[in-house]
Design a protein around this ligand. Structure first.
Ligand SMILES: Nc1ncnc2c1ncn2[C@@H]1O[C@H](COP(=O)(O)OP(=O)(O)OP(=O)(O)O)[C@@H](O)[C@H]1O
Ligand SMILES: [Mg+2]
Length: 261
């Protein structure tokens, strides 16, 4: 239940921090600082995203990706800086799905819709079953579903409130290539068709290049780069030219190395 309560607490934060965005950004953070004891997990990170943008957050283990996403989601509080989130909902899809494994797909969706105090939980659950293509699995107990289908329910729960911004922490981990393709097809369609702003973290650099219209590179709590995949290759050409013509992942690793990570 712990994770679910954390998930719900984002609603309270979102309404407290809701404010007029600056410029065209739908979600915005300025000079974010987060400390865990003496460790600074975020050291003054600036970030913003506009309607319909797909942004990949990449960087080594411990870079601060989850910390940044959880602050944007409102489930964790920054120690410094500002966060502006849109009126209404920010959807949060944590890396570990907080599902009730002994309940069915439909029961999970209904439960979360009730917890989020939807006026008509049945209609909301139905809408999500349709949107995610889980309709025919509605009666199945979650524990018996494949990892990919469990991840789809995890995302469906993040989408229950039809958020204008969807944050996903390493959503494709453990999915086979076909399930990954389906995941990204679905997520890209949300951005294109509904104008949902999607911000996701990943260790799959190819995936970031392919699906992230923009890349935010974090390392040791600092933003090293924010721009298009082509822009990152430009930076590699300038800073680590020997790797610029290699594959994207090799170029990325060379870029991090050049910056001391
Ligand atoms: N609850 C916590 N208590 C103490 N330290 C934490 C906590 N959460 C994160 N940290 C520290 O903050 C830093 C950033 O962690 P974070 O989980 O954001 O990294 P990440 O980029 O998501 O890494 P990964 O790729 O491994 O998921 C790390 O040094 C981590 O040890
Ligand atoms: Mg993480």
């Amino acid at each position: 239940m712990h994770n679910n309560l954390r998930r719900l607490s984002r609603i309270a934060f979102a309404s407290v921090e809701a404010g007029a965005g600056i410029g065209t950004a739908v979600i915005e953070a300025r000079k974010l600082v987060k400390r865990f004891g003496a460790r600074e997990a975020l050291k003054g990170v600036d970030f913003e995203a506009s309607t319909g943008e797909l942004v990949a957050v990449i960087g080594p283990n411990g870079a601060g990706k989850t910390t940044l996403l959880s602050i944007l989601a409102g489930i964790s509080k920054a120690d410094g800086g500002e966060v502006h989130v849109p009126e209404g909902e920010v959807g949060w899809v944590p890396q570990q799905a907080a599902l009730y494994r002994r309940l069915t797909v439909e029961e999970n969706l209904l439960l979360f819709a009730r917890l989020e105090r939807h006026a008509d939980p049945g209609a909301s659950a139905e809408e999500m079953l349709e949107l995610t293509g889980l309709g025919e699995r509605r009666g199945e107990v979650v524990a018996r579903l494949s990892g990919g289908n469990q991840q789809r329910i995890n995302i469906a729960i993040g989408l229950l409130a039809r958020p204008s911004v969807l944050l996903l922490d390493e959503p494709s981990v453990g999915l086979d290539p076909r399930q990954r393709a389906r995941l990204w097809e679905f997520v890209s369609a949300l951005a294109e068709t509904n104008g949902t702003t999607v911000i996701f973290s990943t260790h799959d650099i190819q995936e970031a290049e392919r699906y992230g219209g923009r890349l935010l590179v974090l390392a040791d709590g600092e933003a090293l780069f924010d721009g298009s995949p082509d822009g990152l290759l430009e930076a590699v050409r300038r800073e680590a030219s020997e790797a610029a013509d290699r594959d994207f992942e090799t170029a990325f690793v060379a870029f991090l190395h050049h910056r001391g990570h």
